[in-house]
Write a protein that binds this ligand. Structure first.
Ligand code: ATP
Length: 327
């Protein structure tokens, strides 16, 4: 793999008995790249994600190659002992239901600290301090106090942020998210999406983001893969695919969703101009600098450091409807 490549999936076929579930799935993700995987229910998105995590169910048969930066060999052929070293370090995951990922009998700070201790040489005290810092990064209020809470004492959104903190604890090369906000209240979805983007951006990690929600892809990803019947039928930059879908299935998918809304996310929010003054936009707005792919909350925009103030920004947050960028 090239230096920039983090994940390379080639010719992945998955079957159960004679039934083919994935057919010749081939794609790659580079360092720092955020890639969405969309498709209708049953199209094979989750199986693809599980293959990348070395978590395919035992009853399925897989052929092909899954190569991950920093890992020798084909993930599909590694034994469970080796895979458990890789998971949580080179590749980490956030699934839909945070409660299943957390241990209900252990304080959340200890669970984050455990994740750190599994892959890093440091003292328990250092791991605990790093855990509080991570809980702070995922915007848990009063992180030192939150660290002492049990999962059931937190809201669903807070629990998912703990899962994200665990996933990011060892700066993974690749983060795989499978519908991480589907089970959450709509008001906290945007926050969690923002935290995912900020978490991978800060680490230059690659992201594979599985969802059926096109507007989520528009918010989070730069490139999109469209699955249908176990195959990738279309791939390209999000704006291009959403604006000019080539495959009949993608066209249908966009029509079935709110095409207007999905396009708005990518088209109407492109705002030329220089850095918006801090505090000018509603909290939660996400600005994307197209040159560096940096994403920041508008309230805390730092001084502009990009190559040119003329590059412009795009805001993908629905709350930004009425806000305008001053030049
Ligand atoms: N262990 C298994 N044994 C048999 N069939 C399976 C198994 N796991 C998944 N499948 C089938 O493989 C196909 C793809 O499943 P997958 O979970 O990847 O779909 P998906 O696109 O993620 O759907 P959803 O959005 O509903 O989660 C489905 O038809 C599913 O029934």
């Amino acid at each position: 793999m090239s230096g920039q490549r983090v994940l390379q999936v080639e010719g992945l076929d998955v079957s159960v008995g004679r039934r083919g579930l994935l057919h010749d799935v081939t794609f790659s993700i580079d360092r720092g790249e955020r890639v969405g995987l969309i498709g209708e229910s049953g199209s094979g998105k989750s199986l693809t994600g599980l293959a990348v995590l070395g978590l395919l169910p035992e009853d399925v048969h897989a052929r092909g190659t899954v190569a991950l930066a920093g890992v020798d060999g084909n993930l599909l052929e590694l034994d469970e002992r080796r895979l458990s070293h890789i998971r949580g370090r080179e590749v980490a995951m956030v699934f839909q239901e945070p409660m299943t990922a957390l241990n209900p009998t252990s304080r959340v700070g200890d669970q984050v600290a455990e994740a750190i201790l599994l892959h890093r040489r440091c003292s328990r005290g250092e791991a605990r301090r790093a855990a509080v810092e991570l809980l702070d990064q995922v915007a848990l209020p009063a992180p030192a106090e939150a660290a002492r809470a049990y999962p059931h004492q937190l809201s669903g959104g807070q629990r998912q942020r703990v899962v994200l903190a665990i996933a990011l604890a060892n700066d993974p090369e690749l983060l795989v998210c499978d519908e991480p906000t589907t089970a959450l209240d709509v008001t906290v979805q945007a926050l969690v999406l923002d935290l995912v983007v900020r978490g991978v951006t800060a680490r230059d990690s690659a992201l594979l983001f599985i969802t059926h929600d096109l507007s989520v892809v528009a918010t989070v990803c730069e490139r999109v893969l469209v699955m249908y019947g176990g195959r990738i039928v279309e791939a390209g930059p999000v704006e291009e695919v959403f604006r000019r879908p080539r495959h009949r299935y993608t066209q249908g998918l966009l029509e079935a969703s709110d095409l207007e809304q999905a396009q708005e996310h990518t088209r109407l929010r492109t705002i030329p101009g220089s850095v918006p003054p801090a505090g000018r936009f509603p909290a939660g707005c996400v600005f994307r600098n197209r040159c560096t792919h940096a994403t920041r909350e508008c309230e805390t925009l730092p001084p502009w450091t990009g190559p040119s103030p003329e590059q412009g920004y795009a805001c993908f947050h629905p709350a930004h409807e009425t806000a305008q960028v001053g030049s």
